[in-house]
Design a protein around this ligand. Sequence first.
Ligand SMILES: [Mn+2]
Length: 385
Amino acid sequence: MEIKNLKKAAQRLQKAVKDKERVILYGDADLDGITSALILQEALKNLGGQVAACYFPDREKEGYGITLAALEKLKPLSPALLVSMDLGIGNVEEVPLAHKAGFEVLIIDHHEVIKGLPKPALVVDPKQEGDTYPFKEFATCGLCFRLAELLLGSQMTDSVKKSLVELAGLGTIADMMPRKEDNILIVEEGYEALFESWRPGIRTFFDMQPFGKTESRSQLIDQMISVLNARDAKDGMPAAWRLLTVSSTEEARVMIEEFIEKNRVRKEKTRSIVEETRKRMVSKDPIIFEGDTFFEYELLGSASSILAREYDKPVFLYKDLGDMSLGSVRTPDGYNSVEAMKASDHLLHTYGGHPHASGFRIENSKRNQFRDNLREYFKNHERTS
Ligand SMILES: [Mn+2]
């Protein structure tokens, strides 16, 4: 049993290396997307290949997924093989345009398939129809690790494997994927490798232990993930990418200090969004649905998580962009936000994600209708346990 299209994807990448095709790694800007891109970049380099560009779209400025703005920027590199990671499965409209612009698309994603598969593209997503592999809960970086194993074959030496599995472990933990079945090995081997890592960014973090000395390995990893999650892109490269690829200890130290300061400010701002939402929400409402022009989009995921846990209700927070709103959704166990949004498909510009963590984009004129539909939906749908 194999993950559908994984072997085909490996063969396609091997061909790209052999024919010296341009390869673009296009990942989501979170830790799962970033570790995915890094795994593939290192695997391709080990094969003697090259990557023409790595691209991480800015969710707030360009939106989530394969965006038209990105395609425009990447156009000078076409023709090329564009590998999308941790995103792409929802881009049924953008993939044909990418193809037209000269990009062959390979999608590696673990999100739910909502509108059918984007075409034409080679798709690896355990949640697609016809995928018979029993385990469905990989993070994208776990899929990329499996892909790297096929790609490298006998060239996967112990040291290469360690340097890739530490990334897969890190991304799997950060994406909060269940630690069961195939993920157990990825996380366990990843843990081991992390504490023996050659990467200056990782080593420096463990040497510094900037949150106080601790013996607890899992605590250290969690702290490192919080630092890597800092929103601090430079020249389009996210904080985590920069820290995981930095070559000197000195630079790593400076980055870590900067990221911790950024996180502190971020936490304060998140708290103020949570407090503002608490003031506005109506206690008997089955959902929390609030937003504002001053809500920073990048903070909405954590603010929603805090509120969902506290009130045990589905939470939809959005940033009002003037004509559109960009939202982040978190639900407690037993609620499926993707299904709920599917029922309002006709109102939404885009939406997607996981049952418990998802996002949407909507025109402001339709926002109230969407909210009312969600209230109805959650009133009428029994919570599953
Ligand atoms: Mn992911």
